[in-house]
Design a protein around this ligand. Structure first.
Ligand code: ADP
Ligand code: MG
Length: 385
């Protein structure tokens, strides 16, 4: 009985989401950190935030030094710096869960380096500091177990990739599809391409899809933790090799879900994509141009983030042609960004006065996103009986 009520509540919620359009923008400002104080303390006043959040929880103003022009913005939600990981997850949990109902769902974190993107997505440690990725996988496994009583069975596959300089790399290349780790000397080609299947859905050709045990929640969770840890290790190895920060690439955690209902014969295909974007900061004019590698990286990041913006603008304008193919990121996530999907973007901000102009750029980008209505999201359901 309780379960049915819960289902009704979820259906209603999804219905409301559909009516409101299916792209959201949440702003999250991180608190001041000890290192912020060093340069902020003297002339600019340490701990003085450039961001002021208004009591409605949806609006903010941003202002540099006193006397500078203040700008006001309104989004779907604005989190205060004091909002913990649990509070933030609470606000996205229904969204995440709709992947089980057959939606293609994508969460992004956007912002300059150091603004809290990875903290939001991955987290900064265990327990209370865990971010959206570990909380989402746990919730999905729990919910799938609950739906068993209604004769739903799920299969689940996880993949984790990175887009660096417009190239896709498998972060699970050292893992076998059963979750075991390959021997150190196992050489595997690691350059992936995006293809479309017969239904027109995009997929990554040759990527490692790790099977997750949905029947046994403890085992499933362990497998997903191993996936996340393997990806983190692959990322840090690649980082030192190329002498570049992980903030120079986009990382995308993907969960592919397939549910079938024994009673009705319904089959649903959902996907959850959790995307930690590369730092959005503009090219530092002072030294970047002398370093060819860095310049190339920056151009690739600028290109893919501006393509993402262009896709949102084209969607907002109702254009016939949406330039999904102009970047790997938008091509990969096309199903979530078109009428079929649901997207939610976190704009992460640093509160410092020095970050004010970057924060303003991020907010303007987000404002462009917030005007988008993707139309009606559709579940990916087949009836086999
Ligand atoms: P980014 O991924 O955008 O470069 P990080 O997520 O690495 O930024 O955050 C930079 C630092 O700030 C990290 O040490 C992180 O733990 C900390 N941090 C970010 N957001 C918060 C927050 N909301 N609360 C506490 N610490 C945070
Ligand atoms: Mg990061």
């Amino acid at each position: 009985q309780l379960l049915n009520l819960e289902q009704l509540r979820r259906t209603l919620h999804n219905r409301i989401q559909e009516l409101r359009g299916n792209i959201r923008v949440y702003v999250r400002t991180r608190p001041f950190l000890p290192n912020d104080g060093v340069s902020a303390s003297s002339s600019t006043g340490g701990g003085h935030s450039s961001i002021e959040i208004l009591p409605d929880g949806e609006s903010l103003t941003i202002q540099g030094r006193r006397g500078d022009e203040a700008h006001a913005f309104k989004f779907d939600k604005v989190f205060a710096p004091s909002a913990g990981q649990d509070v933030v997850f609470e606000e996205v949990s229904e969204f995440v869960q709709s992947a089980l109902d057959g939606y293609h769902v994508c969460l992004f974190s956007y912002g300059q380096t150091g603004s809290g993107k990875t903290h939001t997505m991955q987290g900064s440690g265990n327990g209370a500091m865990r971010g959206i990725i570990p909380r989402a996988v746990e919730q999905i496994l729990s919910q799938a177990a609950l739906m068993k009583s209604q004769r739903w069975t799920f299969t689940m596959k996880a993949s984790f990739l990175e887009i660096y300089n417009e190239e896709l790399r498998d972060l699970l290349v050292m893992m076998n599809s059963d979750g075991s780790i390959k021997p150190r000397d196992a050489r595997t080609a690691n350059k992936l391409s995006i293809k479309r299947n017969a239904e027109g859905k995009s997929y990554v050709d040759g990527i490692n899809l790790v099977d997750i045990d949905v029947e046994n929640k403890t085992v499933g969770l362990e497998q997903l933790e191993a996936v996340i840890a393997t990806a983190a290790r692959a990322r840090s190895v690649a980082t030192t090799k190329m002498n570049s920060q992980s903030s120079r690439s986009h990382s995308v955690f993907m969960l592919h879900l397939c549910g079938s209902n024994e009673e009705s014969g319904t089959i649903v295909h959902g996907a959850l994509n959790l995307c930690d974007l590369a730092g959005s900061e503009r090219l530092d004019r002072s030294g970047a141009s002398s370093d060819a590698q860095r310049l190339k990286e920056t151009q690739a990041i600028n290109k893919s983030l501006s393509c993402l913006g262009d896709v949102f603008t084209s969607l907002a304008n109702g254009s016939k042609h949406i330039p999904f193919r102009n970047s790997k990121l938008t091509y990969l996530l096309q199903d979530c960004l078109s009428g079929d999907g649901k997207a939610l973007m976190f704009v992460n901000l640093s509160p410092t006065l020095e970050s004010c102009s970057e924060s303003l750029c991020s907010l303007r980008f987000a404002q462009r996103v917030n005007q988008v209505e993707l139309g009606k999201a559709t579940k990916n359901v087949q009836y086999s009986k």
